[in-house]
Design a protein around this ligand. Structure first.
Ligand code: BTN
Length: 256
């Protein structure tokens, strides 16, 4: 593998041809004390998981499938930010290795021309006392799929690097860029706080300024996405004029 760093993200890299899920495999390593920054990369997953218990399906070699272990020193209250920081890093890695400029749909979907290119699943593991023990952040990036390779229900809402650029990107070059951007953005977050990533997220956002309808996990709520707050919450202005601070939720993908 082209990346192995002494410290930080990528201090240990486990590459496997097939796993059920890189998140699940890394959860086992984390329980056995793996250090922060440990990464798992798989060529194929047999039971890849998406948000809200959805499956995340791809065929061998056609996606980047990776998970990173984080044992952040920042307080639990700052954790909504992690998933946004990772989205920024993944978007920057894609830009660097393909020239594409993915936009970020709140909180962490990467979109190109209105279709989803990449998804991020952050799982928090708490101690019995309720403190944060670690985070498993899984990143899936569609690389080589043709539009028609996606299941019929996803064809109008999913895309890949090949479908957008007409070119094949080397999976390991993209992985190296991802490790570098994750290391940069997460170190910056630990040292300087959320402001730099908040700015980068806002510049890439396709959500801010738009009317949105939030679905899971709460009841549908409509409003205008006004800003990303300094704590990482989405500031949503509803029709009655009140401003709501939303930490968890999802904006459904719409066919374009
Ligand atoms: C989403 O629903 O948008 C999140 C998708 C996350 C998929 C990635 S692929 C690598 C890692 N392992 C998993 O099982 N899921 C994540």
């Amino acid at each position: 593998l082209p990346v192995r760093r002494r410290t930080g993200i990528g201090c240990a890299v486990h590459h496997r041809p097939v796993l059920s899920s890189t998140n699940s495999f890394l959860a086992g390593l984390a329980r056995r004390g793996a250090p922060t920054g440990t990464i798992v990369l798989a060529d194929h997953q047999t039971a890849g998981r998406g948000k809200y218990d959805r499956p995340w399906v791809s065929r061998p070699g056609e996606s980047l499938l990776a998970s990173v272990l984080l044992r952040p020193s920042r307080p639990l209250a700052d954790l909504a930010q992690v998933t946004l920081v990772i989205a920024v890093a993944a978007a920057e890695a894609i830009t660097r290795s393909t020239g594409l400029a993915p936009q970020i749909k709140w909180p962490n979907d990467l979109m190109v021309a209105g279709r989803k290119l990449s998804g991020i699943l952050c799982e928090l593991v708490l101690t019995p006392e309720g403190d944060l023990d670690h985070i498993i952040a899984g990143i899936g990036i569609n690389i080589a799929q043709n539009r028609t390779d996606f299941p019929p229900e996803l064809q109008a809402i999913a895309t890949s690097i090949s479908a957008e650029t007409g070119r094949k990107v080397d999976r390991f070059d993209l992985f190296a860029a991802l490790v570098e951007r994750l290391d940069h953005r997460l170190t910056e977050w630990e040292r300087l706080g959320f402001e730099p990533a908040r700015h980068a997220w806002s510049v890439r956002s396709c959500t801010l300024g738009q009317p949105v309808t939030l679905s899971a996990p709460q009841a549908p709520r409509q409003g205008i996405a006004e800003a990303l707050g300094p704590d990482g919450a989405l500031c949503l202005r509803t029709a009655d004029g009140t401003l709501h601070s939303v930490i968890f939720g999802e904006i459904p993908l719409a066919a374009t």
